[in-house]
Ligand binder design. Structure first.
Ligand SMILES: Cc1cc2nc3c(=O)[nH]c(=O)nc-3n(C[C@H](O)[C@H](O)[C@H](O)COP(=O)(O)O)c2cc1C
Ligand code: SF4
Ligand code: SF4
Length: 261
């Protein structure tokens, strides 16, 4: 079976999930969604979408990617929504969207990994993170059986209260995201290395006079703040005191050069 996975990631959790799954199912190629051009034609038996949950739903970058994806007859579709414990109705949203384009999402898994949403704090103690990685490893292995067998599996969702409350919040915040980069700033530790510019998946940072400037088409993936080697990049008032997060098995080089040329 030939499988293609399109992934989107800010801090590596989704890429790690994609790599682990690829190892389990074999004969799988991974592509970053952010690099895909106008029309994405696929030639595979199975196609997976793996991405983080942003603001309780499917991130804009995934929605934009999806518009380019051409329907492929006889392909088995699956998804993994990587999140920090509030998947809400993300996978249901994706399933409905795919149905509108004539594609059937056969299964969608909720994978809980550490939070990279630094405005709300750091990722937490290392024992807690290790537990999350271990639980996710086991779940990804189990999920792989569905995919290898091209079976119809669960469409996972958060509890009803999440789906009601957070769907409203998703709709309220969605259009604000591109300009939320107004809250980024750099402190005196910035040495102009331009790594923030290089890890941005959508080319939303330009170096000006040796410092990053944001261009207001942000996806809020938080790669820039989380990968800054000097921890010089800040978001709002509280981040100077919060610990950064990146998946320990994902390297900076894995994220560089993902933006379309
Ligand atoms: C802007 C933003 C919004 C987020 N919203 C949610 C959310 O609604 N629910 C949740 O469980 N996690 C949320 N998170 C946390 C991420 O989904 C989670 O940390 C994920 O594992 C990050 O994956 P990545 O490393 O592949 O980017 C959010 C993160 C960001 C940056
Ligand atoms: S990655 Fe950090 S240190 Fe490097 S230019 Fe960006 S903000 Fe400055
Ligand atoms: S500017 Fe930062 S948060 Fe916004 S898309 Fe680029 S890397 Fe992600």
């Amino acid at each position: 079976m030939k499988t293609i996975i399109f992934y989107y990631t800010g801090t590596g959790n989704s890429l790690w999930t994609a790599r682990l799954l690829a190892k389990e199912i074999g004969n799988t190629t991974l592509y970053p969604m952010s690099q895909m051009n106008n029309s994405v034609k696929i030639d595979a038996d199975a196609l997976g979408l793996i991405f983080p949950v942003h603001m309780w739903g499917v991130p804009n970058l995934v929605l934009q990617f999806f518009k380019k994806l051409q329907k492929s007859p006889n392909t088995y579709y699956f998804a993994f929504a990587v999140n920090a414990g509030q998947v809400s109705r993300t996978i249901i949203q994706l399933k409905k969207l795919m149905a509108l384009s004539g594609m059937t999402l056969s299964t969608g898994f909720d994978i809980v990994l550490p939070s990279n949403y630094i405005p709300w704090g750091g990722p937490g103690p290392s024992e807690k993170l290790e537990k999350l990685y271990q639980t996710a490893r086991e779940k990804i292995k189990q999920a792989a059986h569905y995919i290898i067998g091209k079976k119809i599996g669960p469409i996972e969702k958060g509890p009803l209260w999440q789906r009601i409350l957070f769907t409203a919040l998703y709709k309220m915040t969605f259009n604000m995201i591109p300009k939320m980069d107004r809250d980024f700033w750099v402190d005196e530790k910035c040495n102009g290395c331009a790594i923030c510019e290089k890890v941005c998946p959508v080319g939303n940072i330009a170096m000006k006079m040796g410092k990053p400037a944001w261009l207001h088409h942000c996806e809020q993936c938080l790669a820039c703040i989380q990968w800054c080697p000097q921890e010089a990049l800040q978001l709002g008032k509280k981040t100077p005191k919060y610990e950064r997060y990146r998946h320990p098995e994902i390297k900076m080089k894995d994220l560089i050069g993902r933006a379309k040329k």
